[in-house]
Design a protein around this ligand. Sequence first.
Ligand SMILES: Nc1ncnc2c1ncn2[C@@H]1O[C@H](COP(=O)(O)OP(=O)(O)OP(=O)(O)O)[C@@H](O)[C@H]1O
Length: 265
Amino acid sequence: MSAPLDDGGAAPTLEAEQLVKRFGAVAAVSGVDVRVRAGEVVGLLGPNGAGKTTTLRLLAGILSPTSGRVRIGGVDLAANPLEAKQRIGFLSGDTQLYQRLTPREVLRYFGRLYGMAPARLEQRIEVLVQDLEMGEFASRPCGTLSTGQRQRANIARAFLHEPELLILDEPTNALDVLSGRFIVESIRRERAAGRAILLSTHVMSEAEYLCDRIVLLHEGRVVDAGTLTELLERTGQKNLTDAFLHHVERRREPRGAASSEGEPC
Ligand SMILES: Nc1ncnc2c1ncn2[C@@H]1O[C@H](COP(=O)(O)OP(=O)(O)OP(=O)(O)O)[C@@H](O)[C@H]1O
């Protein structure tokens, strides 16, 4: 099933329709629709191999879809990739910083790639160094930074050009509780500033706290989508972990054994 994942209202910043991605015989993504509006955090959840990273890469223009369409701020990603990508800040799960450059130098490098005016770029770097509390390590080579420090620098890179859409692949992966909460709060600030945010996570408590809507992906398809309240009501569960397990385990049952519970959206 695919879901429109939308509740009406203003035009979404991100709009993807019927995304399909095959790698040879592997159907990684099989007809996914996603919409995210300004000032909204949407969480993409699913078990390992569900297609989360592939979906985020398709939406960020890192991968081309086998079929389907993506628009960012109304700009078609396939037809105008440069214009569409200017509107995106992407945090990939495997982002590597240049080991010998400092976070400030990395940000300067990417700011130039984004075509930012020098004065604005320097101002943004200082704002991000302050907001993400990077002062202590912003002038040290990235190769010497801890996991949490590196992730702050990666997040700064995604936020740098004030894109209207943030696509974040597991932004708190491998971080301790304090560092994770710090990143979550920085994402909430970006939402308050009006950005549209799509992120993947395996941390259910984080999704419950942060996400305005949640999309559950399983075997490349959307199996449920909505607010936390809607997901809990539909599955009759008390928390997101149980709602998630409800969907995954239901799909593990032998063919024909799954209940006739209506598919939402
Ligand atoms: N380049 C590729 N070539 C072949 N298969 C791929 C490729 N990239 C992803 N896949 C397959 O597509 C499916 C979805 O993978 P994907 O990485 O998108 O899942 P995921 O939900 O992000 O998983 P995880 O939570 O483990 O990171 C998997 O079966 C994976 O093996």
